[in-house]
Ligand binder design. Structure first.
Ligand code: ZN
Length: 151
């Protein structure tokens, strides 16, 4: 990864770790899913409020490493107000960004979320970054499970 992107990655991750966005419980959430990454010990609870096919609100609480916290924080920021369809498109782009065998040619096409591509340099952390997105995937499914695990 280029140095510039690496610096941006670290700066943005740290900012979201120190000041996680939408970090609170949500009493009127329509979907709540627990996500667990046993490899690292990351644990989060994702709250989604669906209204007329749109993510009216999204928040999370939990304890996890810097990568999982930053990824969850960035997720909530990116998805608030999006339609379920848009969220699913973004989800599949993030799965590709983080797990495709070929490195992304233009990670910044995803805006701020693109910095998470930096995690590809640390294969053991990919599941940390993926955890909030896997949890979102479960929350958006029609019969949302109460909990998911990356293992
Ligand atoms: Zn982790």
């Amino acid at each position: 990864m280029e140095q510039e992107l690496r610096d941006l990655y670290q700066e943005l991750i740290l900012d979201h770790v120190r000041h996680p966005r939408n970090f609170h419980e949500m009493a009127d959430a329509t979907r709540t899913v627990e996500g667990h990454n046993p490899l690292c010990g990351d644990h989060l609870r994702l709250f989604v409020k669906l209204e007329a096919g749109r993510i009216a609100d999204v928040s999370f609480v939990g304890e996890g490493c810097a990568i999982s916290t930053a990824s969850a924080s960035l997720l909530t920021e990116a998805l608030k107000g999006k339609t379920v369809e848009e969220a699913e498109t973004l989800l599949s782009k993030m799965v590709e960004l983080l797990t495709a065998s070929e490195a992304p040619t233009d990670p910044m096409a995803l805006g701020k979320l693109g910095v998470l591509a930096g995690v590809r340099d640390y294969p053991s952390r990919v599941k940390c970054a993926m955890l909030p997105w896997r949890t979102l995937e479960a929350a958006l499914s029609d019969d949302a499970p109460a909990a998911i695990s990356t293992e």
